[in-house]
Design a protein around this ligand. Structure first.
Ligand SMILES: Cc1cc2nc3c(=O)[nH]c(=O)nc-3n(C[C@H](O)[C@H](O)[C@H](O)COP(=O)(O)OP(=O)(O)OC[C@H]3O[C@@H](n4cnc5c(N)ncnc54)[C@H](O)[C@@H]3O)c2cc1C
Ligand SMILES: *[C@@H]1O[C@H](CO)[C@@H](O)[C@H](O)[C@H]1NC(C)=O
Ligand SMILES: *[C@@H]1O[C@H](CO)[C@@H](O)[C@H](O)[C@H]1NC(C)=O
Ligand SMILES: *[C@@H]1O[C@H](CO)[C@@H](O)[C@H](O)[C@H]1NC(C)=O
Ligand SMILES: *[C@@H]1O[C@H](CO)[C@@H](O)[C@H](O)[C@H]1NC(C)=O
Ligand SMILES: *[C@@H]1O[C@H](CO)[C@@H](O)[C@H](O)[C@H]1NC(C)=O
Ligand SMILES: *[C@@H]1O[C@H](CO)[C@@H](O)[C@H](O)[C@H]1NC(C)=O
Ligand SMILES: *[C@@H]1O[C@H](CO)[C@@H](O)[C@H](O)[C@H]1NC(C)=O
Ligand SMILES: *[C@@H]1O[C@H](CO)[C@@H](O)[C@H](O)[C@H]1NC(C)=O
Ligand SMILES: *[C@@H]1O[C@H](CO)[C@@H](O)[C@H](O)[C@H]1NC(C)=O
Ligand SMILES: *[C@@H]1O[C@H](CO)[C@@H](O)[C@H](O)[C@H]1NC(C)=O
Length: 575
């Protein structure tokens, strides 16, 4: 670069060359002189056999300008489904986080014209390797930002981008069961899945043939997309480890346009990075092959108590404190749990005992129930039995395949170390931080109680899962619901309180731990390299540089992202 710049200067083209050079450091946006022409785009469309889609945001049915497809019925339907995952999963370029939607084309703000904002400008409806290669080649040659979307869940907007060409992976709905996968490290059943398959679909397909898989509580995330690459938490974590711990091989296209298979033996560095080091960073995943497990019954418990059922507020919070203190014994063996804390409710809605009889549930929880009795807190406790994991999942997080989760929340995660809940002083500080965060009723705390430390039955493979997970007893997120009827500023103020008040309080109570990179607010103020990747960061960065030397892939808080800036007009620039 420097050399050719000099030689141009010598022959008197210096100014022109300098201009081109400076401009090249930023990806073009529509309207820039370098933005590809209509002919260029139609050339790409030919290469991908007509599968190039120009984005028309779905909420354009709510605005008369500029697309002219206002339709009040369609708009009312869209408003009603705006907090459902399906609305985003099944359509190109749509993103779930309202912060990135940024009201640029919003079904609730209809007085302004519909603009693309952070929506990708074009999407390739990917059906295979060739489409990915064509898009990579085009993006590099034309200096256009490239993003990868499977479902659009990403809370840091990594699956969308202003001025971007998007690889939309949704149509890659391949699912192949391999009864006897064989490798140096594993012999047993596996499944090869494309990134279009969401967890709910995998649960259904596998239950039909007698297997279960580690997948999220949110049924609409893509297993082979950002979920597993980010680590992947699940009600089955304690039994089988993190989702990334089950990954056996990844089929990918790199930024250099190379098709590779990554396993612990072959392209092992890439296998390591893809299994926990974050989505959208190292290449485009065409499929993941991962372990599956013989299905069987699940016994479960559910426990609730309220402030009204406690003698006073201090005994309510004492009970919450004791629950966390007992969490290590509750999630021992193969068990996981899920809970929610509100300012007046404690709700453990999924104590999950894989492959255990229903008679095992009461004894597990009995020591804690004794404490509730001692505190004179009235509670409800029920047990249940499901013949399969699918039945269990559907009973608490159905209906499948998408599940009930509104994907438009404001949230921030923290991993809670086991050592904190086992130290009563530290545990008190933690519960005080939770109490502060839920006090005014804006936020609730949702936790997954898990244990993914190595034990005699299970050692995790060498992978890039953030090591703080191994020491964690719970992954907890503060959650508030985006208010689409309120002004943007009101929602942004809620985010600001989250990142500057509540999150620091929880961090102070959990020193030395970190956060789950897949469940973090973009305004997160911590030391993201340390708190999301820790000791793995530098190795991940080397792998990123090796497979993506020209920095094609960028995502907020992704490995290597500090080599870019986003300027005032949303233009992505290399530093
Ligand atoms: C409502 C909700 C509930 C959630 N519940 C859980 C849960 O229970 N457990 C859990 O662990 N996490 C959960 N998450 C977090 C979730 O795991 C992440 O948002 C994850 O990144 C989603 O992956 P995706 O591929 O479906 O999403 P996308 O937004 O499509 O992609 C996420 C990231 O992965 C990249 N990516 C996607 N596809 C590919 C591909 N084929 N190749 C390369 N990179 C790709 C994208 O570029 C982006 O960086 C939840 C998120 C939401 C919004
Ligand atoms: C790509 O080609 C198909 C088939 O001809 C067409 O329907 C589609 O509109 C084209 N996409 C773009 C962005 O022009
Ligand atoms: C408006 O939307 C409704 C509901 O999606 C649809 O049935 C109807 O055909 C649309 N009308 C027009 C004129 O497109
Ligand atoms: C939202 O849009 C405004 C301008 O309309 C812009 O300043 C801001 O950066 C955008 N936010 C995001 C997250 O893109
Ligand atoms: C994407 O491609 C698939 C497979 O060819 C096709 O079924 C689907 O209709 C396409 N989706 C869109 C929005 O073009
Ligand atoms: C709360 O109630 C318990 C049990 O009745 C009692 O021992 C305790 O003193 C009360 N605490 C406060 C602060 O009122
Ligand atoms: C469950 O109960 C049955 C019948 O009592 C018993 O045979 C079986 O061993 C138990 N299974 C487990 C996993 O405890
Ligand atoms: C327990 O609470 C009930 C009211 O819910 C009260 O009547 C009873 O006296 C309490 N018992 C003790 C031992 O504090
Ligand atoms: C108990 O489990 C069964 C089987 O999974 C399910 O159909 C039922 O709804 C569950 N009951 C409750 C109260 O969750
Ligand atoms: C327990 O936690 C407190 C508060 O974080 C800390 O000061 C103390 O050193 C911890 N004790 C032990 C034994 O780790
Ligand atoms: C809980 O939050 C609600 C608002 O949702 C508020 O009205 C109520 O006073 C709060 N309760 C307590 C005990 O702080």
């Amino acid at each position: 670069m420097a050399l050719s710049f000099l030689s141009h200067c010598l022959i008197g083209l210096c100014a022109l060359s300098l201009f081109a050079w400076a401009e090249k450091e930023c990806r073009y946006l529509p309207g820039d002189s370098g933005w590809p022409s209509i002919d260029d785009w139609s050339g790409l469309n030919d290469t991908v056999q007509g599968r190039l889609i120009a984005t028309i945001p779905q909420a354009s049915v709510c605005n008369s300008l500029p697309y002219g497809n206002y339709n009040s019925t369609a708009c009312a339907e869209l408003r009603a489904s705006w907090t459902e995952a399906e609305t985003y999963v099944t359509r190109p370029a749509e993103m779930m986080n309202p912060y990135y939607q940024n009201q640029s084309c919003d079904p609730f703000v209809t007085e302004k014209p519909c603009e693309l904002g952070n929506y990708a400008v074009y999407s390739v409806n990917v059906t295979g390797q060739e489409d990915v290669l064509a898009a990579i080649r085009f993006a590099k040659e034309k200096n256009v930002r490239l993003v990868i979307k499977s479902t659009g869940h990403d809370y840091n907007g990594k699956s969308t981008g202003k001025g971007a060409l998007s690889l939309w992976m949704h149509s890659l709905k391949t699912l192949q069961i391999i009864q006897a996968y064989e490798s140096d490290t594993y012999s047993g059943p596996a499944v090869k899945i494309g990134p279009g398959i969401i967890a709910g679909e995998a649960y259904e397909a596998l239950a039909n043939v007698g297997y279960r898989i580690v997948g999220g509580e949110c049924a609409s995330v893509a297993l082979a997309g950002g979920y597993t690459s980010g680590g992947g938490h699940s009600m089955l974590n304690t039994a089988y480890g993190m989702a990334a711990d089950g990954a056996l091989e990844w089929e990918i296209v790199t930024a250099q346009g190379e098709y590779l298979v990554a396993t612990p033996q072959e392209n092992a560095d890439l296998y390591w990075a893809l299994s926990g080091g974050g989505g959208g960073t190292y290449g485009v995943v065409l499929s993941m092959t991962t372990k599956i497990h013989p299905d069987g019954f699940i016994s479960s418990g559910a426990l609730q108590f309220t402030l009204a059922g406690a003698p006073n507020e201090s005994s309510f919070w004492e009970a919450v404190r004791l629950f966390f203190e007992q969490m290590p014994s509750l999630v021992s063996d193969r068990n996981s749990l899920q809970l929610e804390i509100e300012n007046n409710t404690f709700d453990v809605f999924g104590i999950t005992l894989p492959d255990q009889n229903i008679s095992a549930v009461q004894p597990l929880v009995a020591p804690y129930l004794e404490e509730l009795t001692r505190l004179n807190i009235s509670y409800t406790f029920t047990t249940n039995f499901s013949a399969t994991y699918l039945d269990y999942f559907a009973s608490i997080m159905g209906p499948l395949p998408y599940g009930p989760y509104p994907p438009t929340e404001i949230w921030n995660n923290r991993l809670v170390p086991r050592s904190v809940v086992l130290n009563s002083t530290a545990n008190n500080l933690l519960i005080d931080a939770f109490k502060l965060a839920v006090a005014d009723g804006t936020f609730l705390v949702g936790c997954n109680g898990i244990n993914v430390a190595d034990n005699e039955q299970r050692k995790h493979p060498d992978n890039a899962v953030f090591p703080a997970w191994r020491d964690a007893i719970a992954s907890c997120s503060l959650t508030a619901f985006w208010d689409f009827d309120a002004a943007l500023e009101v929602n942004l103020a809620v985010k600001e309180t989250l990142v500057s008040v509540y999150t620091p309080a929880i961090e102070a109570a959990t020193p030395g731990s970190g956060v789950y990179l897949n469940e973090i607010d973009p305004w997160y103020e911590g030391d993201w390299k340390q708190e999301m990747y820790g000791v793995n960061y530098h190795r991940l960065l080397d792998i990123k540089h090796k497979y993506d030397p020209d920095s094609l892939f960028y995502g907020h808080f992704a490995v290597g992202s500090d080599e870019f800036t986003v300027d005032g007009s949303g233009r992505l620039c290399k530093i």
